[in-house]
Design a protein around this ligand. Structure first.
Ligand SMILES: NC(=O)c1ccc[n+]([C@@H]2O[C@H](COP(=O)([O-])OP(=O)(O)OC[C@H]3O[C@@H](n4cnc5c(N)ncnc54)[C@H](O)[C@@H]3O)[C@@H](O)[C@H]2O)c1
Length: 361
């Protein structure tokens, strides 16, 4: 079975690569779900695509986490039904991670699955969410509870969309790029530690978008269903996810706005704590760990927490669906580009959290 997606990537990839591909497919087969907001802020970039499709083939919806639910899916399924979309047709999802997750999920269910193409418009979407076929919506307050694996036939990473993102959104996506750079190593790591995410233009971002998309795609091609190699993409996420969920749901003893913590910020904190554990357990090089700490101090505010909060954090890590036994599973690293799957105990996790606080807070 072919577990791969075509990757179109470049500053004008939508116009120069995706549009010719769709013309080849046959335009009457193509439908589009588009985040409403993009019509206002990226009309020029979208024009070659919008101009191609009949108006009635385009559904505009609101996107953002508060819309990632079944009511929004109903709108999409109604659109598919009323537009008589059939199994030979292709749906192009254009938007951030919420839209590509939701559009992909709707397509995976409708008539037992129709083809999708993702056009991510946020950095998080380009380097992570739009690739790899994990689709989902939130249900009963639980994030991504309903979902399916449904690989897009193509993904188009066009960095022209990045110019309108907030600093917070750029830094969130950058957290995943830093993770990929550790997993890829070599030149990508050298470039990431010299990169300034807040003063770079779309073309400078394109290098990281390209490499991240191709790296994730290659991993997914080997292990779509997350049984082996794909687990290495969880680097930094054992502690990162716990910090993200804990901060979103708890009040700070420091009076700061905890619920504003982004996924990428939490991943950066998780990477520091987990790579310190790798340094202790597997001899991960200290100089690379300190390069990562420098990058974090230059770009991210520290996440403030006390050791009194370790127990609820550990509880969250133990609930992680990646665990296979009662112990906490995590992705360790021997060196750049050398991930290893390990199980760790409470003491080791607390040492990682201690180290993060000593270095960053
Ligand atoms: N499927 C996966 O493997 C995977 C991986 C990572 C994240 N995700 C999911 O992705 C979602 C987060 O994605 P996200 O960070 O892209 O957030 P998002 O999709 O919520 O988008 C953030 C906001 O940016 C707006 N937006 C989109 N493109 C824009 C642009 N170019 N300029 C300005 N604003 C723009 C959106 O309307 C939204 O309000 C989460 O629901 C998460 O679960 C999925």
């Amino acid at each position: 079975m072919n577990h791969s997606s075509i990757i179109f990537s470049g500053p004008n990839a939508l116009k120069c690569e995706l549009v010719p591909y769709l013309i080849e497919l046959g335009i009457d087969r193509v439908f589009m779900i588009l985040d409403k907001i993009l019509l206002e802020i990226h009309a020029d970039t979208l024009y070659p695509l919008m101009d191609l499709l009949p108006k009635e083939h385009i559904l505009l919806i609101e996107a953002g986490e508060e819309y990632k639910h079944l009511d929004q899916c109903q709108k999409v399924w109604r659109f598919f039904t009323e537009s008589k979309v059939n199994r030979n047709d292709v749906v192009v999802n254009v938007g951030g991670g919420v839209l590509t997750d939701l559009g992909g999920f709707c397509a995976s269910i409708y008539k037992r699955g129709i083809s999708t193409i993702n056009v991510p418009t946020t950095l998080m979407g380009m380097v992570d969410a739009a690739i790899g076929g994990k689709t989902a919506v939130d249900y009963l307050g639980v994030k991504n509870l309903l979902g399916a694996f449904h690989l897009p036939i193509a993904v188009c990473g066009d960095s022209s969309f990045l110019s309108t993102l907030t600093q917070k959104e750029l830094l969130s996506g950058f957290g995943e790029i830093v993770k990929h750079s550790l997993l890829v190593g070599g030149d990508m790591w050298q470039r990431v530690i010299q990169f300034d995410p807040l003063y770079s233009d779309s073309e400078e971002w394109q290098y990281f978008v390209d490499l991240s998309m191709k790296y994730k795609e290659a991993v997914v091609k080997e292990d779509l269903y997350d049984n082996g190699l794909r687990k290495c993409l969880n680097l930094g996420h054992t502690i990162g996810h716990a910090l993200e969920s804990y901060f979103i749901n708890s009040k700070s003893s420091f009076g700061t706005d905890r619920d504003l913590v982004s996924h990428g910020e939490a991943v950066i904190a998780g990477l520091i704590a987990e790579l310190y554990m790798s340094n202790q357990l597997l001899g991960f090089p200290s100089d690379i760990l300190h390069q990562l700490i420098y990058l974090a101090k230059e770009n991210y505010a520290p996440l403030l927490f006390t050791c009194k909060e370790y127990d609820p954090l550990l509880k969250l890590m133990k609930q992680d669906k990646k665990n296979i036994s009662k112990a906490v599973s995590y992705v360790g690293m021997r060196s750049l580009g050398e991930p290893v799957l390990l199980e760790v105990d409470d003491e080791e996790l607390k040492n990682g959290l201690d180290f993060y606080r000593e270095m960053l807070c």
